[in-house]
Ligand binder design. Sequence first.
Ligand SMILES: [Zn+2]
Length: 286
Amino acid sequence: MKFFTATQVIVFCLFSLNVFAQSPQSVGQDHPDRTQPVEPFKIIDNIYFIGTTIQAASYLITGSQGHILFDTTFEDRVPMMLENIEKLGFNPRDVKMLIGTHAHSDHVGGHSLMQEMTGADILSSEEDKGVVENGGDGSWAPAEVNRVIDGGDVVSLGEIEIKVHDTPGHTPGTLTFTMVAEEEGQKYNVILLGGLRIATRPLLGNKDYPNIADDMAETFYYLQNLPVDVYLGAHGYWYDLRNKIPRIPQEGYRAFINPEEYRRAVDGWQQVFVNMLAEEGKALVK
Ligand SMILES: [Zn+2]
């Protein structure tokens, strides 16, 4: 992904700013979103939340030929995730694929143990594969990647079909996933957003990640043009999950139809990106 120069990125972003944008904030170590366990629940159709907290979000997509699990979070959460799968009436041994949104400890840290417990294959982007396999240089248990996936691929298992999208920037190999859910005869475009926070600086002249600014700019543009009815993310607080859970008994899956929330979040992160870029640009011309 390198269609834009950094200058083009700045100009392009300045024109696409949305003044109502709001970037989802991260939550501190003691925040209840990190500390309070969450009971597993159905989101929509065959998509379930099995994460152990709002922060440590994990999703199970179920099917007659087996299930796909997104984000194993941390290794010490794996037993509770397995319990959550059983609480929902599914068998952990039927989980056939483990997919991380990106190679950070809170998304792939449990891969190795989860693979051992389920026998599932691990799927990763080419760019993040090395980090998954070396355990973030010793930050978590290394796990062997069984299959590389890339933007444009469709991951299928029985009747499950999940489209893979390259959305680099947060890490060079961050992926986003979309699928179609059906409820009461209606189809809904579901997105599982991989990550948009800027995880490494500087944006200009970054030796570890030279294309970061161009990647991010293109990712924002790409995501702003995807059709979305149900926005889910690699952390529950991105889409205000805390306030949606109490609505489920009344509203069911409708509590998760939130296209405006998606637009606001993507635009918000873009605004953070543009502000940082402008700041770095100013420092350069001083
Ligand atoms: Zn991350």
